[in-house]
Design a protein around this ligand. Sequence first.
Ligand code: 13P
Length: 249
Amino acid sequence: MARRKIIAGNWKMNKTPSEAVALVNELKPLVACDDVDVVFCVPAIDIIPVMEAAKGSNIQVGAENMYYEESGAYTGEISPAMLTDVGVKYVVLGHSERREYFAETNETVNKKVLKAFEHGITPIMCCGETLDQREQGVTIDFIRQQIKVGLQNVTADQAKTMVIAYEPIWAIGTGKVATTEQAQEVCAAIRACVGEIYDEATAQAIRIQYGGSVSAASAPELFAQNDIDGGLVGGAALKPDFGKIVNYK
Ligand code: 13P
């Protein structure tokens, strides 16, 4: 069974609520497409206005992070129920920027993945190596560990519905896109790892994105690879170019 592509924008810490509405209005006609899932993952304060602006379009709205507790004394955090209450369906978890600047670990990412599933939110779980790790030849080992710990106690049925984003850290925001071969190689290794943890059916169902300087120019070749089921797009998701990435065919 062919996997449906999923092309998501990660806005990171960009766009005030009013800027966000203007951007959605600009992108709405450009990202119209029946063949792929289109998700805008936006800052928490932009979620509600973006949902309103996206009404009636094919744009689904996701969050960029979420905490793993239900509620309580966690100043500054966003709970899963806060997200589902306004209709959020996806959440980016374990982005390398959260790991680097906010001390997220494979263990906290795993707690968040489990909590997202408890609330019916689809995790987009990120993984990816540093340039040092690539040069040391430990890319696949490092990513297998991220995947194996991130998926602890996740059932096969849950894993089948989730998304893994492979984002080599050295390719994020650098304009330095991984070669198609590099991206395909790691995405295939991630799928094989999922097959080892669960079974072949789960490996074939899970969707794996590539992220890291995806552009309108690089998207068609990347998304044509066997194990790449779409992209997680940073900078280019804030521009009309995102329409070309979504309609890459
Ligand atoms: P860029 O597309 O800006 O490199 O960002 C990638 C990314 O981190 C998406 O999550």
